[in-house]
Design a protein around this ligand. Structure first.
Ligand code: 2U9
Length: 341
């Protein structure tokens, strides 16, 4: 039995000398000191030994066990130290390297266009008026000359809420009613920026949410000439000082007469390209003289007061200006898109 113990110890130390990592060490522990290891079987057999043999064998078995356990602990500690040294070597930080520079934040392309629009109209004496995005059917349609069931409402596919008569505004025009009712009979010169919502099938050309900037001027001597002059000047400041503009007759329920303003295509200088569909012109905004019914709904006597209004889409302007071919990029929050502006 003593011989067997010598062999066990010798063999175990021999294998231990070839152990080089934690997994092998754990395997060694199980085979050498585990429940069913030859060493433990020696302990199991002690009871069946002759009485006089038992103390000697027992002492030696315990010695072997303690020796192997302490070698296990030593090697385990050595492996831990080695691993730490390796980690310190490979994961070393060079604190003398310069830090990574932070990418500065940027303004969203819509915000950039919106701010340019505010600045241009501010110079012309227009104040910014903001109003709520959840609106009444009355302010969004009815007071804008579109009574219930009027077919003109079909131009705006609308998000209705469960509350009857409450909807997400389809344009910022209800704000124009609010500002008129607040200001009547004082003259008004405001722009109304903000998010609007339409129940659209989302595609490269259509989104369910988009910004709009509308403008409104009301006073005693406001003419279509003022409208043309103001918007032509806006186009020159927004695009280039020599940009050509044209006004085409159009129709909106809340303005009469109504028009759309085009600018000469800045990509082909009017020659015709795929951005302007070969026409040489780009549609930039809609406008018109405020309809007498709408003026009256806002609290102004249409016999005494006149006004003009206009509306434009900052995303559309950004798309033309930066040649963005898909409106879905605007709210997708893809950093690869946003960091280009
Ligand atoms: C009141 C009186 C008049 C606002 C107007 C337009 C023409 C227009 C669209 C262009 C592109 C908005 O972003 S867009 O979809 N707007 O064409 N908007 S006149 O006229 C008003 C509004 C309110 C009380």
């Amino acid at each position: 039995m003593l011989e067997e113990l010598e062999k066990i110890e010798h063999g175990a130390l021999e294998t231990l000398s070839r152990v080089g990592d934690d997994a092998a060490l754990e395997a060694w522990r199980v085979t050498t000191l585990g429940r069913s290891s030859p060493l433990m079987q020696v302990f199991d057999r002690l009871g069946s030994l002759a009485k006089e043999e038992r103390p000697l064998i027992g002492r030696r078995a315990n010695e072997v066990k303690r020796n192997l356990e302490s070698r296990l602990a030593e090697l385990s500690e050595a492996l831990r130290t080695q691993a730490l040294a390796r980690a310190l070597q490979t994961e070393r930080l060079d604190i003398t390297l310069p830090g990574r520079s932070l990418a500065p934040g940027r303004l969203h392309p819509s915000t950039q266009i919106l701010r340019r629009i505010y600045a241009i109209f501010a110079e012309m004496g227009f104040q910014v008026y903001r109003s709520r995005e959840v609106e009444s059917d009355e302010n969004n349609f009815e007071l804008l000359n579109m009574p219930q069931h009027h077919p003109a409402r079909d131009m705006w596919d609308t998000f209705h809420t469960l509350a009857p008569g409450v909807l997400l505004r389809t344009h910022t025009s209800p704000g124009q009613i609010l500002v008129m009712r607040e200001q009547a009979p004082n003259p008004i010169r405001v722009i109304l920026p903000g998010m609007c919502y339409r129940y659209e099938q989302i595609s490269a050309r259509k989104e369910i949410q988009f910004n709009q900037v509308e403008g409104l001027a009301v006073g005693e001597n406001i003419t279509f000439g003022d409208l043309k002059g103001t918007l032509t000047d806006f186009a020159r400041r927004m695009f280039t000082p020599d940009v050509r503009t044209r006004f085409r007759a159009s129709h909106f329920p809340f303005t009469e007469p109504s028009a759309e303003m085009d600018i000469e295509c800045f990509l082909c200088q009017g020659k015709g390209c795929n951005v302007c569909s070969g026409t040489g012109w780009l549609e930039i905004l809609g406008c018109g003289m405020v309809h007498p019914t709408v003026l009256r709904n806002g609290g102004y006597d249409p016999e005494r007061f006149t006004g003009y209004a206009f509306g434009m889409g900052p995303e559309r302007i950004a798309m033309l200006r930066y040649r963005i071919d898909d409106i879905r990029y605007f709210w997708a929050n893809d950093i690869r898109f946003l960091e280009q502006f």
